[in-house]
Ligand binder design. Structure first.
Ligand code: EPU
Length: 424
């Protein structure tokens, strides 16, 4: 199993190109199931989760060809509407085939995703919405079995803001008979990116980017081409790394307009930021006057649905707070168990106490390298950031979590001057 070995203390300098967004690419690739016509998506990141999605689509009889960062899907030959447990258990986002399959083929058997490290993550809202659209749903042998001759438009109010739930229901509604209204819809930029793909296929959607999506179903959708939006979480992760380690880095191929909450917290913590339409320059000098060590300022964070502070950036800011000046409070409101990085940060010398869904982080002047274990995707990113500033060597185990969602993170960081390498 691969590990990452990091020697802390190097400043980060230079330029880094940000990849396409994982959480936009996954639903968009599933949308390829909605049409028998060619569907070509560019800026698709090379990630484990993308490979799993392509495997899932191929298992259904679709062809999915990848050339570099471009994926061409042809779902004209789909002959199997099942998402098997073997794939769903490795990637919960597999549930995103449910809406498109029922909408186009009238049937789907999708394994229920099991437990997850960061929370229980049920899919009841996806099921409830499809039922309101007239699907008959049963849970049999661990599978969601959904059937409908043709889905009907419906008014759906979700109990909570759900990103993949909104995406699944939007993909179901575009081919339904009549009008669907999704209220309390997620407004995440990745949902908007998917909506643009669907509109490019001929779907009629109004209210894109708001929490009320009006969808007028159409009989069929055609093929399209689309470029996946930039990964705002990967971008935020690099910005946090520079704030923690110090340096001067320009991010290319980013969309700062989707990152307001993150950029505001970075500024509050002391980062110097300059932004253009598709670039961000971040500067933080760790050596203050007379050689004194300069540290970021602690920030308080409360995760919330977009445009609030993203839960997917919480762990990375925890690493920054760990070495910051002052005490910061981080409250996680989206997932019930997303503090597993705390114990690993403590192994590096961080001073963090957890009280319910809040972590109280007393910043320390320095961390010391140790062997640690990644527990989920963003926790891995948090440990990489902490390791970049820790004194000595940190070895991060179980980095397959990192490979699910960050494209070539270690080579991108190494190109900026980090002392990081992958070891087997
Ligand atoms: N929820 C329910 N019932 C549902 C759906 C959601 O109770 O039917 C709850 C969840 O348990 C959670 C909350 O609602 O407490 C929000 O969950 P949401 O459905 O929005 O999460 P998701 O769609 O499963 C996506 C991202 C996550 C990201 C969350 C929140 C993808 C593929 N995944 O998950 O990304 O954290 O939205 O923004 O888009 C990551 O990239 O590291 C990651 C975990």
């Amino acid at each position: 199993m691969d590990k990452l070995k990091i020697e802390g203390g190097a400043r980060l300098n230079g330029e880094v190109t940000i990849s396409g967004a994982k959480n936009a690419a996954l639903p968009i690739l599933c949308a390829g199931l909605l049409t028998p016509e060619p569907f070509v998506i560019s800026n698709v990141p090379e990630l484990q989760d993308v490979s799993t999605t392509l495997k899932l689509l191929r298992g259904m009889g679709a062809s999915a060809e990848r050339e570099g960062h471009t994926v061409a899907i042809d779902a004209s030959g789909v002959n199997n509407t099942e998402a098997p447990y073997e794939l769903v258990k490795t990637m919960r986002a597999s549930v995103l085939v449910l809406g498109p399959l029922v909408a186009r083929f009238g049937e789907a058997r999708v394994s229920l995703p099991g437990g997850c490290a960061i929370g229980s993550r049920p899919v009841d809202q996806h099921i409830k919405g499809l039922q309101l659209m007239g699907a008959e749903i049963s849970i049999e042998h661990g599978y969601i079995h959904a059937r409908a001759r043709r889905l009907k438009g419906a008014r759906i109010v979700t109990d909570m803001v759900t990103v993949t739930g909104t995406e699944n229901l939007m993909m179901a509604a575009v081919l339904a008979d009549g009008e669907t209204l999704i209220e309390n819809a997620a407004r995440e930029p990745e949902v908007t990116d998917l909506a643009h793909v669907l509109i490019g296929m001929g779907a009629r959607i109004e209210g894109v980017g708001t929490d009320r999506l009006h969808i007028q179903g159409v009989e069929r959708l055609h093929g399209t081409r689309h470029r996946v939006m930039a990964d705002r979480i990967e971008a935020g992760t690099f910005l946090c790394a520079v704030l923690a380690a110090g340096g001067d880095v320009t991010l290319r191929s980013v969309e700062p307009s989707t990152m307001d909450a993150t950029l505001e917290k970075l500024r509050e913590a002391g980062a110097r930021l300059d932004c253009g339409e598709d670039w961000i320059r971040v500067r933080f000098d760790r050596s203050g006057p007379a050689g004194a060590l300069q540290r970021p300022r602690s920030v308080n964070i409360r995760t919330a649905p977009y445009p609030g502070f993203a839960t997917d950036m919480q762990a990375q800011f925890m690493a920054v707070n760990a070495i910051a000046q002052g005490t910061g409070m981080v409250t996680e409101t989206i997932f019930e168990n997303r503090f597993m990085h705390v114990q690993e940060l403590q192994r590096l010398g961080a001073d963090i106490a957890i009280e319910g869904n809040t972590s109280v982080i007393r910043g320390v002047p320095g961390l010391s390298g140790a062997d640690v274990m990644a527990t989920d995707l963003r926790a891995s990113a948090c440990l990489v950031i902490a390791a970049l500033v820790a004194e000595g060597t940190t070895v991060i185990d179980r980095i397959y979590h990192l490979d699910r969602g960050y494209e070539k993170m270690e080579s991108k960081l190494a190109a900026l001057g980090a002392n990081i390498r992958r070891v087997s």
